[in-house]
Design a binder for this molecule. Structure first.
Ligand code: SF4
Length: 482
């Protein structure tokens, strides 16, 4: 009997040689978080790939997550070497690339395994990755190309296997439910910002916008795009999860832009209600521009309790530098509508993007203070705009000579890895403690110390409160000395 082709799908390492941990989301942002980490993202594109490959009975497919298991490169190989794969597929990011390469090459050396690398770093540097000993690079949204490759099609004929360009994005209607046997989706709840045990879920893909720092838009999809799954298929998946994991509290639609299509959102909400699934807690990554009161009211009725939006900046000049639109009046209008219907709003802000400076980023700090004062923000996240390789933002900084380092561990969202002639690294970074301090100070003034403390403890527990307290202490010090 012909033996089946063995495919090992491996998420990146969990730890480096110094014991630093990594939180991975290659199509968005992967980062080194130091000696401990609080959560893991579900490696959703590898998860979809695994399910797609398992439909081919000529393949023996196994998916593993060394990031979740906190494995170093050496531990990774030792733990999974017995599988002796013919193909090893790894989605990797710049920050973990050298460790992923190390364990992958061990498989190649020992068993002649063909290595397929995909994700942000290989898409940004395909030639270099091949020169490092990787056999194939699948660029962009890679699942269809990898399916064809391991199923025996000739690499030269496959779109998306480097150097062939990606011509078409995948058809989301063909997707099976992502991997939930070899790895459990229940292991990936309590993602940062989730107030409940929420399973990550992907009802849509893509985004119609064009932000120049965005890995998903620029590196994975290559063009503005947005695709929605069939509503019934989404409902079937929610039911499947609820049935398998009665202990789950809800769903986190961790997509690029859950609400780009109002018709889809309205139909999904109605279907959630019609199927009696509105008691689950839903949390979603959205864009603010399509919201109206009808959509927000319907979402609240269907069980959505939190919406996350990328405000990023209050400066029109800075927004233009990001190739993004910003309309502060519209943002405030949406946040007021959300408050009226009882939706918790979580917003992200970023500092140091192209064409920003201390004055323009100061407008964003003012906006954070104003929104907090008016009780329009439930929570927020501030970061240094980080030029991930493969994005136009990275290319721009590189061509202008603004980059200060290619130590990928520093591309972590807290460190300015660049500076401008009129906006220095220290000043860019100083915005983060200032934002944290403004938010906390304004919130405490509005709600009082006891209520603010209890709110954080109720949501995150005492341990996390302790960590936040230390972080805010540092933020205060840095804000005062910046
Ligand atoms: S709106 Fe968000 S997902 Fe869309 S391109 Fe911009 S950063 Fe990317």
């Amino acid at each position: 009997m012909k033996s089946r082709t063995k495919v090992l799908i491996a998420n990146s390492v969990g730890k480096d040689d110094d014991g630093n941990h990594y939180i991975l989301f290659p199509s968005r942002w992967s980062t080194c978080v130091g000696k401990t980490k609080s959560f893991n993202f579900y490696p959703y594109e590898l998860g979809y790939l695994s399910s797609m490959l398992k439909q081919n009975k000529d393949l023996e497919v196994k998916m593993v997550d060394g990031n979740y298991e906190e494995l170093t490169a050496e531990e990774y190989f030792e733990k999974y070497k017995k599988f002796m794969p013919d193909y090893l597929v790894v989605e990797t990011s710049s920050v973990v690339y050298k460790y992923d390469l190390r364990f992958a090459l061990k498989f190649k050396e020992k068993y002649g395994t063909k290595i397929i690398f995909c994700g942000q770093h290989p898409t940004a540097f395909p030639k270099e990755v091949l020169a490092d000993g990787v056999d194939y690079v699948a660029t962009g949204e890679y699942e269809p190309a990898v399916v064809k490759l391991v199923s025996g099609e000739k690499p030269k004929t496959i779109d998306g296997i480097y150097p062939n360009p990606v011509k078409e994005l995948l058809d989301v209607h063909t997707l099976p439910f992502p991997e939930d046997d070899d790895i459990s989706r229940m292991n990936y709840t309590r993602i940062g910002g989730c107030d409940y045990k929420e399973i990550e879920f992907f009802a849509t893909r893509g985004c119609p916008m064009n932000c120049n720092f965005c890995v998903a838009r620029q590196t994975y999809y290559g063009k503005p795009n947005f695709r929605v799954r069939e509503v019934q298929n989404v409902i079937d998946e929610i039911k499947y999860l609820k049935n398998k994991y009665p202990e789950m509290d809800g769903i986190f639609f961790d997509e690029e832009n859950h609400n780009s299509n109002k018709k889809f959102v309205m139909e999904l909400c109605q279907a959630i209600i019609d199927n009696g699934l509105q008691d689950l807690k839903y949390d979603a990554m959205c864009g603010y521009w399509t919201f109206d009161e009808e959509m927000l009211t319907m979402m609240r009725k269907a069980g959505y309790y939190k919406i996350r939006i990328g405000i990023e900046t209050a400066s029109v000049k800075t927004a233009l530098g990001m190739v993004k639109n910003v309309n502060v009046d519209r943002i405030i209008e949406v946040l007021k509508m959300a408050k009226k219907v009882g939706m918790r709003m979580y917003a992200t802000f970023t500092f140091g993007s192209p064409d920003s400076n201390l004055t323009e980023d100061g407008k964003t700090l003012d906006l954070i203070e104003k929104l907090t004062k008016e009780g329009l923000l439930w929570d927020f996240q501030a970061s240094v705009c980080t030029p991930q390789p493969g994005t136009p933002f990275y290319n721009l900084l590189k061509s202008r000579g603004n980059l200060l380092t290619d130590d990928w561990r520093k591309y972590n969202g807290n460190t300015a890895v660049y500076e401008y002639p009129d906006y220095k690294k220290r000043d860019i970074e100083s915005n983060l403690p200032k934002a944290a301090w403004l938010y906390l100070k304004t919130r405490v003034r509005r709600r009082g110390v006891a209520e603010t403390v209890m709110e954080i403890v109720r949501r995150d527990g005492w341990n996390s409160f302790g960590v936040k307290l230390i972080a805010f202490g540092k933020a205060y010090y840095r804000a005062m000395t910046a």
